[in-house]
Write a protein that binds this ligand. Structure first.
Ligand code: FMN
Length: 214
């Protein structure tokens, strides 16, 4: 039985918790903007929040019906661009768009086809050094990458993409001077928290493995 079928009122399961059936489980992960290459050599750009780092790879969950999935299956190069919190309006301008034409059935109603997502979002493309899709100039972190493994998830609705990072571009203002480290006090990802946008709050502490303690 699917225990996550949306219901109506919460059920009390203990003194401390209720059982709920939320329609989505997006508990707060960074937003990335994925640049990929279309068949005709133009660039597509799409926001994704199913993204996390595994060593020098980024694992992504990409809906099978979109243009990004279509592109990555045949052209594995991509750029994983990380916007800052203040850039959320540009991300949201991309939210109702797809680079796929015709618009997939599941997206009809809420989405429209857009060929030039950079222009639609008001974002400037900047050439990459090692891959064909461009970087998003305004993003403080840009990861040039290659999809080393692309496989369907258990539902068949998503592709799980393991993207090997080839080169990292960072805005010097978020780098600890004279080091290879991103300064966590100067960098904040844009967080997608149950479909609302947030930045990070003040630091709470650091891991014993931090290379940038204060
Ligand atoms: C903030 C945000 C996060 C998103 N995260 C994902 C995600 O992790 N995976 C996914 O498949 N779609 C995600 N989407 C939806 C895609 O951006 C959307 O399906 C878009 O149409 C894909 O564009 P494309 O068809 O040109 O690839 C997200 C949308 C927004 C606005």
């Amino acid at each position: 039985m699917n225990t996550l079928t949306p219901g109506s009122a919460p059920t009390a399961t203990s003194a401390d918790h209720v059982t709920i059936t939320p329609s989505i489980l997006y508990f707060g992960t960074p937003v990335v903007l994925l640049s990929t290459e279309n068949e005709d050599g133009s660039a597509n750009l799409a926001p994704m929040s199913s993204a996390w780092a595994l060593g020098q790879a980024i694992v992504l969950g990409v809906g099978v019906e979109g243009q990004t999935a279509h592109n990555l299956r045949s052209r594995p190069e991509l750029v994983i661009n990380l916007p800052a919190p203040a850039q959320w309006p540009a991300v949201e301008r991309l939210a109702p768009l797809t680079g796929r034409s015709p618009v997939p059935v599941a997206k009809q109603g809420g989405f429209r086809f857009e060929r030039d997502k950079f222009a639609a979002a008001g974002l400037r493309p900047e050439p990459s050094e090692l891959v064909r899709p461009p970087r998003v100039a305004a993003c403080p972190l840009q990861l040039e990458a290659r999809a080393a493994r692309v496989q369907p998830d258990v539902t068949g609705m998503f592709l799980i993409v393991e993207a090997q990072v080839l080169k990292v571009h960072a805005d010097p203002r978020i780098v600890v001077p004279g080091s290879q480290h991103v300064d966590p006090a100067r960098w904040s990802p844009l967080i997608y928290n149950f479909r609302h946008y947030y930045g990070l709050g003040p630091e709470l502490g650091h891991s014993f493995r931090s290379r940038t303690p204060r």
